[in-house]
Design a protein around this ligand. Structure first.
Ligand code: SAM
Length: 348
């Protein structure tokens, strides 16, 4: 039975959070049911036998129907039937973008992909589609998708920090793992800044900045027509039309595509961002900042920083790196690296 009539207390909305904490502390809250709410009151199901804690006993006791919470299953692994020797090969991690789950499967598990997909759907009722993915490829950083369970679709709406991004996981790049990095960059943007997002994709960095900072303007550039189409939708849906100009074009042409210099340039094109540094340097203001991302093995990092500095010198700009850090693991011993780079003109 999904609903059950239970003893509950009715608490005015503005007092609800305090009372909820008190009920939990005193062990009086009945777990496993969704708390109910109307315009005036929040209703907390309480244990039938418990005497209500002092102070909480003044609230009205009412009988209401409460919906049972979905049972949480710890892992999809418990739900897949597989030959025992293959179980240890089931991946422990995967990505979720909106209602689509993306997973990489080793060759040995390909034969069981349908079962694995169904188990993943069952384990998380929020997921509507399960896809097996290959690594992102090519200039536009897109990937082949094999829908193995659920709805046959590759589009979804991903939510982070109160923002909504329309994404096509097949035709555009998007990583939900960069949410806190986007928020961090937004927190650094000063009022009135001009920002260029050189490889904007569906514009998650640009929109995060437009919503959480107060820039003058953000230019969001991408070479992928599909990404720019979705970026336009996302800019409109997140109500930041006055802050973001989307541009379908090649980042090599930024000097002609963008009518002014930039205080901040976001360069999120791992493996290749390095080759675009000279173009970014034609845009950057004195003391401007580049947010640079790359995929490197640990041993390559010092070399890459030296190369970055050399490109700066060749352009008469001193590049100072800071906040060099691993954001996520990309492959065994390879990392998604982020760094902030400040640009200052070199004395002649
Ligand atoms: C790793 S994705 C980053 C997307 C976005 N910044 C994000 O965080 O979701 C790199 C993006 O760069 C775009 N791209 C690749 N080469 C480009 C170029 N020459 N000029 C402009 N965009 C390019 C790809 O289409 C892709 O959307």
């Amino acid at each position: 039975m999904k609903y059950q009539r239970l003893k509950s207390i009715a608490v005015q909305v503005h007092l609800a959070e305090r009372v909820r904490k008190r009920l939990i502390k005193e062990g009086a809250l009945l777990k496993g049911y969704k708390i109910k709410k109307d315009n005036d009151y929040v209703y907390f199901p309480v244990k039938k036998s418990t005497t209500l804690p002092k102070g909480v006993d003044k609230y009205s006791v009412v009988n209401k129907a409460f919906e049972k919470k979905e049972q949480h299953i710890c892992s999809y692994k418990e739900l897949v039937s597989l030959p025992e020797e293959l179980k240890q090969e089931l991946p422990t991690s995967y990505d979720v973008i909106g209602q689509i789950l993306l997973i990489k499967l080793p060759q040995s598990l390909q034969h069981y992909k349908k079962r694995i997909g169904e188990a993943l759907l069952k384990a998380d009722t929020h997921i509507k589609t399960v896809c097996v993915i290959d690594p992102v490829r090519g200039e536009l950083r897109t990937r082949t998708i094999d829908v193995i369970a659920g709805e046959q679709k590759t589009t979804t709406i991903h939510r982070e920090y109160g923002l909504e991004f329309f994404v096509d996981v097949q035709k555009t790049y998007f990583s939900s793992r960069l949410a806190s990095e986007r928020k961090r960059v937004a927190s650094l943007v000063q009022p009135g800044e001009t920002v260029v997002d050189m490889f904007a994709g569906v514009a998650p960095f640009s929109i995060m900045i437009a919503r959480y900072a107060n820039p003058k303007i953000i230019y969001a550039v991408d070479k992928n027509r599909e990404a720019i189409k979705l970026a336009k939708t996302n800019v409109r849906k997140n109500k930041v039309l006055d802050k973001i100009e989307t541009i379908h074009g090649d980042a090599k042409d930024v000097r002609t595509l963008i009518p002014c210099k930039a205080d901040r340039v976001i360069m999120n094109l791992p493996f290749s961002a390095f080759h675009f540094l000279p173009y970014a340097l034609t845009l950057i203001e004195e003391k401007g900042v580049l947010h640079y991302y790359d995929i490197l093995s640990e041993g390559m990092l010092t070399e890459r920083i030296d190369e970055i500095k050399t490109i700066g010198r060749q352009n008469n700009i001193k590049l100072t790196t800071s906040r060099v850090r691993k954001i996520k693991t990309y492959a065994p011993r390879e990392f998604y690296i982020g760094m902030d780079i400040t640009a200052t003109t070199m004395p002649m």
